[in-house]
Ligand binder design. Structure first.
Ligand code: SAM
Length: 211
């Protein structure tokens, strides 16, 4: 006997149909709310769950293009700087630096805008090859770079967030982060594709003493 999907009314071959519909739902929702990407719901979910960003915060957004996180944050944060290797169309109330985070002078260039940030977030993703190990490795390199930048410009007691493709080496990196923050959680937020191996490391309260 065929089982039918209650939304499409088509045979429910496997759960892929339903997953696809949910993803399409996030894309439509983002568009309806004027956001440039569905990834905005991932950040919204994390902010809501962990009170991750406050209105008084200055935020550094690494891997910001096309700019949905910048759009969302600029509506309630004191200061937002986005960085990306690709362009970002103007976002009212936010600054943008077009730059590769791997460039040697990245910290100096960021500090031309602001020397310290309360929150640093990275949604950076490598161009995927389809080879799991290679993609995991490239994702980890970007996370480690985001962390390197954070060690220079994140304020004491500040928060850090990065997206990573899970791996054993990624777990080692997570253990390092646990030593640096009061609280570290792994999160698979709303809007993140179920079949994707991405998760977010949510790090709260940088232990370093720095103003
Ligand atoms: C998933 S998108 C970010 C989406 C963004 N959070 C938004 O809401 O619009 C990942 C971004 O990481 C950026 N990226 C990847 N490697 C980078 C690098 N080395 N330097 C700067 N940006 C990088 C890509 O250009 C891409 O725009």
């Amino acid at each position: 006997m065929a089982i039918f999907c209650f939304i499409t009314r088509k045979p429910f071959i496997d759960s892929c149909d339903f997953i696809y519909i949910m993803q399409d739902h996030f894309t439509k929702r983002a568009k309806a709310q004027g956001y440039r990407a569905r990834s905005v719901f991932k950040l919204k979910d994390i902010v809501k769950k962990y009170q991750f960003v406050k209105p008084t915060d200055s935020v550094l957004d690494l891997g910001a293009s096309p700019g949905s996180w910048m759009q969302y944050l600029s509506r309630f944060c004191r200061y937002v700087l986005g960085v990306d290797i690709s362009d970002v169309e103007d976002v009212k109330g936010a600054y943008f630096l077009k730059k590769n985070v791997m460039d040697e002078d990245i910290v100096k260039e960021i500090q031309k805008y602001k020397s310290k940030f309360d929150v640093i977030i990275s949604d950076m993703a490598p161009k995927t090859t389809g080879q799991t190990f290679v993609d995991q490795e490239s994702s980890l390199v970007l996370c480690e770079r985001a962390w390197f930048i954070a060690t220079h410009v994140l304020r004491g007691n500040g928060n850090f967030l990065c997206k990573i493709f899970q791996s054993k080496e990624g777990d080692d990196f997570l253990r390092e982060l646990r030593k640096e923050f009061k609280l570290v959680k792994t999160s698979k937020p709303e809007g993140s594709k179920k079949k994707s191996k991405e998760v977010f490391y949510v790090c709260i309260g940088y232990k370093v003493i720095r103003v």
